[in-house]
Design a protein around this ligand. Structure first.
Ligand SMILES: Nc1ncnc2c1ncn2[C@@H]1O[C@H](COP(=O)(O)OP(=O)(O)OP(=O)(O)O)[C@@H](O)[C@H]1O
Ligand SMILES: Cc1ncsc1CCO
Ligand SMILES: [Mg+2]
Length: 258
């Protein structure tokens, strides 16, 4: 059971991907009930696209900490306004975050306080490439040690680190960037797997990254076969998660431990 405080743009996709993965979803933001809902859930997902629910986020995060439930932070557009960066910093500095899942611009903004992202999408200059991979992985690992949170930085290459071990996952599809919410869905999937595997959040984050990359490939293959576009891709992505088997995943998964 994942309790999500998330944005209105992608909330339905977030609920559906959790269900597709075998979890249950509850979206709740009212300050009078959130602590109770979090206490009864296995994981809490906080998405900065729902910044109006700041008080609810803090109440929920404290409830999760009391119950030792993992808290997954999606720092949506962390570099786009001071308020977003400050709220993320507040949660991180209070030790309320177990896993951070963001794109490169968001993670670098949290690390440096820089505000050069215009919106929710990654800035091309920030992206992880094969050329800057080892330096990027070093920074992600450092950020994980600084915050005590597992960090999942997503993009063409996903990097996952718990400060000791760092993994790189390749694959997925360019089309994942042409829909809104692939990142929010990855955050939701991460929360579902962290709720199911609270003893090993690094492994849970690697699993979420690997499932999303694999399903992005399966969905892309399907839309190409059917000559479909981005709206169908979004549907096919959730379809692929709901139909994925362990052997499909084992056959496709490519995890490199650095
Ligand atoms: N160029 C790419 N090639 C392959 N996979 C990609 C690419 N870009 C993103 N992805 C995948 O898309 C998913 C979402 O990651 P992304 O970094 O785009 O999130 P985001 O920027 O937070 O998205 P949003 O805010 O729109 O939800 C991840 O599974 C990631 O691996
Ligand atoms: C487009 C958008 N704006 C705030 S949240 C969100 C969803 C993708 O992050
Ligand atoms: Mg995002």
């Amino acid at each position: 059971m994942v309790h999500s405080i998330t944005n209105n743009v992608t909330v339905n996709d977030c609920a559906n991907i959790i269900l597709a993965a075998g979890g249950s979803a509850i979206m709740a933001q009212d300050e009078r009930e959130v602590a109770e809902i979090t206490s009864r859930s296995d994981a809490l997902s906080l998405n900065m696209g729902a910044l109006r629910a700041q008080e609810a986020m803090l109440l929920s995060a404290h409830a999760a900490k009391r119950r030792k439930r993992p808290v997954i932070l999606d720092p949506v557009a962390a570099g786009a306004s001071r308020l977003r960066g400050e709220m993320c910093a507040r949660l991180l500095e209070a030790g309320l975050v177990s896993v951070v899942r963001g794109n490169a611009s968001e993670v670098w903004a949290l690390m440096t306080g820089a505000q050069h992202t215009l919106g929710v999408e990654v800035n091309a200059l920030d992206q992880v490439t094969e050329q800057n991979l080892s330096e990027s992985a070093r920074r992600v690992s450092l950020f994980s040690r600084e915050t005590g949170a597992v960090v999942l930085l997503s993009g063409a290459l996903d990097i996952v680190s718990d400060g000791k071990c760092t993994a790189v996952l390749r694959g997925g599809s360019e089309m994942m960037r042409r829909i809104t919410g692939a990142g929010c869905m990855l955050t939701s999937l991460t929360a579902a797997y962290c709720g199911a595997n609270p003893e090993n959040l690094f492994e849970a984050a690697v699993a979420a990254s690997g499932v999303m990359k694999t399903c992005g490939e399966l969905a892309y293959r399907r839309v190409c076969e059917e000559m479909e576009g981005t709206a169908s891709f979004r549907t096919r992505l959730i379809d692929a998660v709901s139909m994925l088997t362990g052997s499909d995943l084992a056959a496709k998964l490519r995890v490199q431990i650095l």
